[in-house]
Design a protein around this ligand. Sequence first.
Ligand SMILES: *Cc1c(COP(=O)(O)O)cnc(C)c1O
Length: 716
Amino acid sequence: MKDLWRAHNASHASDPLTAWFLGPKSEHSDVVFNTLTYIFQDYVHWRRNYFPKDPVVLRHELRREHESWQNKLSACVDTILSNLKADYPFYSPRYIAHMTSEQTIPAVLGYFAGMLYNPNNVTDEAAPVTVRLELEVGRMVAAMLGYAPERAWAHICSGGTVANLEALWVARMVQFTPFMVRDYCKRHAPDFTIQAANGQPARVVDLSPAELIHLPPDTAISLLRALARYEVNTLGRSQRRVLSRLNEFVRRSAYNVKLRGFDAVVRKAGMRPVIFASAAAHYCLFKVMHVLGYGEDCLRAVPVNRQFRIDTTALRAMLDSLDSREYVAAVIGVVGTTEEGAVDPIHTLSAIRAERARTHNQSFWIHADAAWGGYIRALFCGHDIAADHKGELASAATVNRFRRAIAARDVINPGTRATVAWDDPEVYRAFLALPLADSIVVDPHKLGHVPYPAGVVAFKNGLVTELMTQHARYISEETEGVKAIDAMAEINAVGPYILEGSKPGAAATACWLAHTTIPLDAQGHGSIMRASVLSARKLYWHLAQHRANFQRYEANYGTPSAHPFAFIPLCEPDTNIVCFIARPMVRQGDAFVPAHVPLAVINQINRRIHEACDIPKPARGVQMPYDKEYFVSRTVFEPARYSRDALLPLLRALHIDPDEYAKSSLVVLRSTAMNPLYPTALEAGMDYLADFVRHLHKVARLIVGEVMAKQRSRAR
Ligand SMILES: *Cc1c(COP(=O)(O)O)cnc(C)c1O
């Protein structure tokens, strides 16, 4: 692990990523200042050159009259600026807490430029330039995720929450399309035959409701087109008449969720939806369940394993125990859980789907919530090997090729041990299998280092737009329904297909400039991700070594700690978030072993460490952060979400009584190591991650001492 860091570090002499961020001391302020001014001046010229002979409206004499208002304006600007200083220093390598950090320079410049022109990306009539850029960004992100960009459909939205909502909204529309097609076929095309989930040919009219609703998503999405093609090519009907009859039939169908409402449709189908996601999934899914009318009951939490990844054995059992009326509305894999950064094995979810297609003639929609981890896939892009890898379960040889390719760029001195982002092949496999998901969510405003708001939702099959079109005469000519039987329809306006309406063109200019100047491959955004993943591994290593190095940490202080303790990381990070706890220890010979203390005491210690490394709640937004050396965040594991049984191996490793946990909860410290400049800072002589652990030690030794003294006096 030490070698790994050093080898990574050796390459940083000319690391391009050092150009991409303003820097902790605004080191790149000249470039940013000059370009911001340039953008603004250029914008001023643009205004002046539009009918230059028009009169000056705000004349000089007039402008002078506003001095008092302008004084007020500058005073209020000062107020805002001074208030903002009480914000958290997200840009700083000392902020190792929530998932926020530096923004890239091009993202900020792009946002500023877009913001001045203020286009509304709901339609190309209000944003002729930036809608085009948004579609281009969609193709770039789709390619990074492994989708074929010309077949996929991806666009920018406000964030992961809306992106998840939209993905499941679209999935739902797709799932009921086969019912509409069956009804249509009964009347107009009884012999229309497709390949069912098990690969066998089947007449659509012969499929049961469970088989219809579980058709492979790709088949269901393309079903209307396939039917139209069949009518035109096989039955020799006129394309114009077929499309108009089919679209009219769909529009009025009893299974059209948009028209009839979900409740009516699901009742008519005689089915009940179930959605699976790991217990570590983001809480926004509850909102999604609420909004879509599924209800939270519909979301079945699958237990997590020791690494906080979805337990696929449990998932299999849960799928097997569904009753005949329940259908799988989606299986959600999380790529980078919000609290632990864990990566679900998307390849295994896909394998389970293939199994069930064979054994039950049932497929399902796989949705990947990669809001957090999506950009990490850039590490897998831009290698020669990527071209011959199709996204199926990656072999050990493929994993090794990627392991070497991802590491190779870190090695400057030949002969240095190759550095690796991950030892576990499962992480490679999950990222490589990402394009097997039918929809993927990724947040540029998280690991893309782009200003808020910017989320992306991507669909593998762009034909979903045909099922979702909402006609709005005043923003576009786009009509509803299937428009062609072969070519993919061209997309100009965004608004008719998506959940949101008005939205910032600035998000598109920000993403476009960021992704164009820092490509979405291993050398571009991938190198930011690599720095982050390696930083997290380094932090993990320091924490894991803390117990063995306790005496060395203590050597910095004149008096020994009143009570020994250790930091214990919960598991090795899949991405760049490290969760850990501090717990009291006792000396046993030369070693320290966990002390028997109630969980409540351990929780109290960790709560207080968090408070000491955060701005206290009443002072938030008022107190400046200048006296806070480091920031850490925390989360609480509750038995209602992570059951006693699911956490059993972890609780044992932490020497925490599982029954005590079952009756309370576990407070966990959480550090997001996403600042890209840790390796660079090390060259400048500052090892922030090591210093962070030293700081935690300094804080913890006092807190542990106090809490344990109180504990002892209470025991007496
Ligand atoms: C952050 C996050 C979300 C929600 O995204 P927002 O952009 O905050 O709306 C959803 N899922 C995961 C895994 C996340 O990390």
